[in-house]
Design a protein around this ligand. Structure first.
Ligand code: GAR
Length: 210
């Protein structure tokens, strides 16, 4: 995916504070990482994630669903904006909207999402809260290849995080996010440098078998 002269091109989509994006931006400062963030997109303006991108001189775009006649039109606009930056990999890093099959078809097996729970447990937007409410003793984070479901795609990487007796949702999510940033940086770097093979639910780093 990457070569010494051409690091892999990442487009990152965010909806909030962008600490996962920041971890990627920092990792990409090292040329040996093998990737660079070529654009950051968001579904809302005035968020910290966009400011982080601008701070690194990375181009940004915003596509707000409410500015479009239909979900399909919004989705087409997001697809076109992302495609315009010719990504090798699209990273959803706290992007809180589902993308259509058309979007995914434009970047086959090249859209990955980070989720703050150990899939297949606790999909959706309340991963840490649902894990805490269920009473699990271990939760964590998952990086997966996005498919048409909600956090159901083939798993690239996971990291476990113990739940503490005195955790609330905020403290648990913060600890998950520490593990999540490390997992994301490690896995995205490996995808950039080694490639990613997806066969059904089986995912491995590396290029096609020769
Ligand atoms: C992350 O924990 C990410 O996994 C989660 O939002 C947080 C964003 O943090 N995403 C989801 O819950 C999606 N289902 P960040 O904006 O600081 O990177």
């Amino acid at each position: 995916m990457a070569s010494p002269s051409a690091p892999a091109r990442l487009v990152v989509l965010v909806s909030g504070s962008g600490t996962n994006l920041q971890a990627l931006l920092d990792a990409c400062e090292d040329p040996s990482y093998g990737a660079r963030v070529v654009a950051v997109g968001a579904d809302r303006p005035d968020i910290e994630g966009l400011a982080r991108a601008e701070g690194h001189g990375v181009p940004t775009f915003v596509k707000q669903l409410s500015h479009f006649e239909s979900r399909a039109e919004w989705d087409r606009a997001v697809t076109a904006a992302v495609a315009g930056f010719e990504p090798d990999l699209v990273v959803l890093a706290g992007f809180m909207k589902l993308l259509s099959e058309e979007f995914l078809a434009a970047f086959p097996d090249r859209v990955v999402n980070t989720h703050p729970a150990l899939s297949p447990a606790f999909p959706g937007v309340r991963g840490p809260a649902d894990a805490l409410a269920y009473g699990v003793k271990v939760t964590g984070c998952t990086l997966f290849v996005v498919d048409g479901g909600v956090d159901t795609g083939p798993i690239i990487s996971q990291s476990a995080v113990p739940v503490a007796d005195d955790d609330d949702v905020a403290s648990l999510h913060e600890r998950i996010k520490v593990a999540e940033r490390a997992m994301l940086v490690d896995a995205v770097g490996r995808i950039a440098r080694e490639g990613l093979q997806v066969e059904g639910r089986s995912v491995r780093f590396g290029g096609p078998a020769t």
